[in-house]
Design a protein around this ligand. Structure first.
Ligand code: NAG
Length: 261
């Protein structure tokens, strides 16, 4: 399977795309999820092992089992395979008590957002709590009032979420100090399994067939953008993340692609 996937990668280079140039990224066996933010890149694999990218090599972050990891203005946060929330403190992933979450995102304007188990609720940790948390005691989360299965925030272009029916929602702003939102807008056009918004506000999503899309037409007047533009990948994609001009795409077969414009 791995050999076949590697061969497909070669075909990918040949096919190319007029907009994005993709090549194989630093290899992390059975990678399942990646997050890039503030110049850092972190990932987890099928065995719930967490890694950080240094140069062209992946280094094990901690011995804690994580199924999702996120790095951004709010620090480095993760969700374990038993849905416990962890924060990186002095180089160690420390467990918090409080709610069980299946996904957390640290990409917002200081706040952390999370998805409860099964996507039944969406939660937000105020900036003051998120930044000050030293790994001791319980975290007090606020409800965001709209159920989502995946959620991602940016300091620059609000938050994007996908509900349990794969519908896409956007809120222009979450107030970091109190987790208030400016209301939710349904974004028609594509059903997505996940969406990530980068620190600079760029938005990418993956649909249920593993196709990647970029949101285009984002402006101050139209913060939700105007359309989805396909980013051809020639392999089925499971997860994407974008930071500082690099689009990272994890294939369903466990390979990593790195694309530049
Ligand atoms: C995903 O996007 C591709 C390309 O636009 C489209 O052909 C396919 O039907 C989409 N899949 C779903 C499940 O919407």
């Amino acid at each position: 399977m791995k050999t076949v996937a590697a061969f497909l990668l070669v075909l990918c280079y040949l096919a190319g795309s007029h907009a994005w140039n993709c090549r194989e990224g630093p290899r992390l066996s059975s990678i399942t999820q990646i997050d890039a933010g503030l110049g850092k890149v972190v990932a987890v694999n099928r065995f719930n092992q967490a890694f950080v990218l240094i140069g062209t090599r992946w280094y094990r972050l901690s011995s804690v089992s994580l199924k999702h990891i996120s790095v951004g203005p709010a620090g480095m946060w993760g969700a374990s395979n038993t849905n416990r929330v962890y924060k990186s403190v002095a180089g160690n992933m420390l467990q918090s008590s409080g709610l069980s979450l299946q996904q957390v995102d640290a990409g917002g304007d200081g706040q952390v957002v999370g998805v409860s188990v099964g996507g039944s609720n969406t939660l937000c940790l105020r900036e003051s709590f998120a930044l000050a948390y030293k790994g001791v005691g319980s975290l007090s989360w606020s409800s965001l009032g709209r159920a989502m299965r995946y959620y991602s925030c940016s300091p620059n272009n609000g938050c994007w979420g996908v509900d349990t029916s794969f519908r896409v929602y956007f809120t222009q702003r979450i107030v970091p100090s109190n987790c208030g939102t400016s209301g939710w807008l349904y974004v028609a056009g594509q059903s997505m399994t996940m969406i990530e918004v980068g620190t600079d506000g760029s938005v990418f999503g993956v649909n249920r067939s593993g196709q990647v899309f970029q949101r285009i037409g984002i402006s101050i007047r139209l913060p939700q953008g105007s359309a989805w533009r396909s980013v051809p990948m020639c392999m089925s994609i499971r997860h994407v993340s974008y930071d500082l001009g690099r689009l990272w795409a994890v294939t369903t077969s466990g390979l990593l692609m790195q694309c530049t414009h």
